[in-house]
Design a protein around this ligand. Structure first.
Ligand code: HEC
Ligand code: HEC
Length: 378
């Protein structure tokens, strides 16, 4: 075993120790609540009921770092979420003329009607070329600590610069994209009202800021799991509740936690056992390509699991179509256990409860091209 793998193992062992060393429930609210009653010995103080099984499980989920998804736009930095900016960002998200072929928009691969991705193993872009990785969903991406499977873009505006220029995606140049938009008077107007304080409102940077503003609104709160976490006992069925317990007890929450149930930190894919080469192709070394640090070989961001039931196929390679199989792969690769159906079925039911309520998606009308608009290059 390489020293880097041993190090990763130690890191996980430490995480798991912390996780399992904790008492099963945090200090019982019952004890805290009864203490003052004993001290003042008020006879009429009602004795609080035993915490319900749901309350205890909820406590366990919250202490393991699972959090409800807030309603309303997600947090962005250095960008103002004005209605003008969001409306412009929506046009740009659906704008195929940002690609050199005038055929491919962000929405081609991040279809908001299909869970915010393309449901293909790996994406197909310019000239029918197949890219190397599976498209993650744009829903709730605003809550990821960094963007892409390997976290190489710090935030959504940095991310949006990538696909426009990627040869296998939209295959365009920033100047060409800006020239295309500039040729249409309506875009000039919309950029001016979205960036009223800028000398040069229609720039590549502002294009990506507007897209980020729109993406910040692509959040899916009120999933059954969120409603349950906020106190609605009946929002989850018994199998899904078992799944919450299994998800925490097996150690999944060591890596998949926070608002997005993942998307927060990086781990080797194959921390304990190497996944099959079909699922983890040897050529894609993940975060190693970003940091050039040997211990980052095959390291990927713990995938965010919200709406996971809508975004098959799974993993950065997109080679696993069934959620049950993906759970089994995780058990083996990340935890070194062979999960049985008795564990997998409840965990799958829990993951299904992470499907939230999408925002109302209004398909925008796009400005008509002018004589000076650059022609498509197929
Ligand atoms: C040809 C298909 C394709 C197009 C077009 C495309 N994307 Fe993507 N997108 C992908 C793939 C594939 C990835 C993952 C790439 C990687 O991790 O290396 C990705 C990643 C992302 C992510 C990161 C999500 C996460 O969880 O890390 C965001 C956000 C995103 N794209 C937004 C956009 C926007 C905005 C546009 C338009 C400007 C766009 N994409 C155009 C395929 C596409
Ligand atoms: C040591 C960290 C770690 C642990 C523990 C872990 N995961 Fe993961 N998980 C990851 C990483 C990293 C990925 C991304 C793998 C890749 O590159 O495709 C991932 C991906 C996934 C995916 C695929 C997501 C997608 O969009 O394709 C699912 C589903 C998943 N994990 C569920 C689980 C479940 C269920 C458990 C517990 C049985 C678990 N994970 C335990 C780190 C972990």
């Amino acid at each position: 075993m390489k020293p880097s793998s041993i190090l990763s193992l130690l890191v996980l062992a430490a995480v798991l120790l912390v996780l399992f060393d904790r008492p099963a429930t945090s200090p019982s609210p019952q004890i805290l609540a009864t203490e003052p009653a004993v001290a003042t010995s008020t006879p009429l103080e009602p004795v609080p009921a035993q915490p319900s099984p749901d309350a205890a499980l909820r406590n366990k989920a919250l202490s393991a770092g699972l959090k409800p998804l807030p309603a309303g736009p997600g947090p962005v930095t250095g960008n103002a979420l004005t209605p003008e900016r969001i409306a412009l960002g929506r046009q740009l998200f659906f704008e195929p003329r940002l690609s050199s072929s005038h055929l491919i928009s962000c929405h081609t691969c991040h279809n908001l009607a299909l869970g915010g991705d393309d449901n293909l193993p790996t994406s197909v872009g310019h000239g029918w070329q197949r890219g190397p990785r599976n498209a993650p969903t744009v829903y709730n991406a605003v809550y990821n600590t960094a963007q892409f499977w390997d976290g190489r873009a710090a935030d959504l505006k940095a991310q949006a610069k990538g696909p426009i220029q990627a040869a296998v995606e939209m295959a365009n140049a920033p100047e060409q994209a800006v020239a295309t938009l500039r040729s249409m008077p309506e875009y000039v107007e919309n950029f001016t009202s979205a960036f009223p304080d800028d000398q040069d409102p229609l720039s590549f940077d502002n294009l990506t800021k507007a897209i980020e503003a729109y993406e910040a609104t692509l959040v899916t709160p009120n999933a059954p799991f969120d409603r349950w976490l906020q106190g609605e006992d009946d929002a989850l069925n018994p199998l899904a509740k078992q799944g919450v317990a299994r998800f925490v007890d097996k150690g999944c929450t060591a890596c998949h936690n926070g608002v997005n149930v993942g998307g927060q930190a990086y781990f080797p894919f194959g921390l304990i056992r190497k996944p099959a080469e079909r699922i983890r192709p040897p050529a894609d070394k993940g975060r190693f390509a970003v940091t050039h640090t040997p211990s980052d070989e095959y390291v990927f961001r713990a995938a965010p699991l919200r709406n996971i039931a809508l975004t098959a196929p799974y993993f950065h390679s997109g080679q696993v179509w069934s959620l049950e199989e993906a759970i089994a792969v995780m058990g083996s690769a990340q935890l070194g256990v062979d999960l049985t159906d008795a564990d997998i079925a409840p965990i799958a039911a829990f993951l299904h409860s992470l499907t939230g309520v999408p925002p109302q998606i209004d398909y925008p009308m796009l400005p008509v091209e002018a004589a000076t608009t650059p022609k498509p290059r197929l």
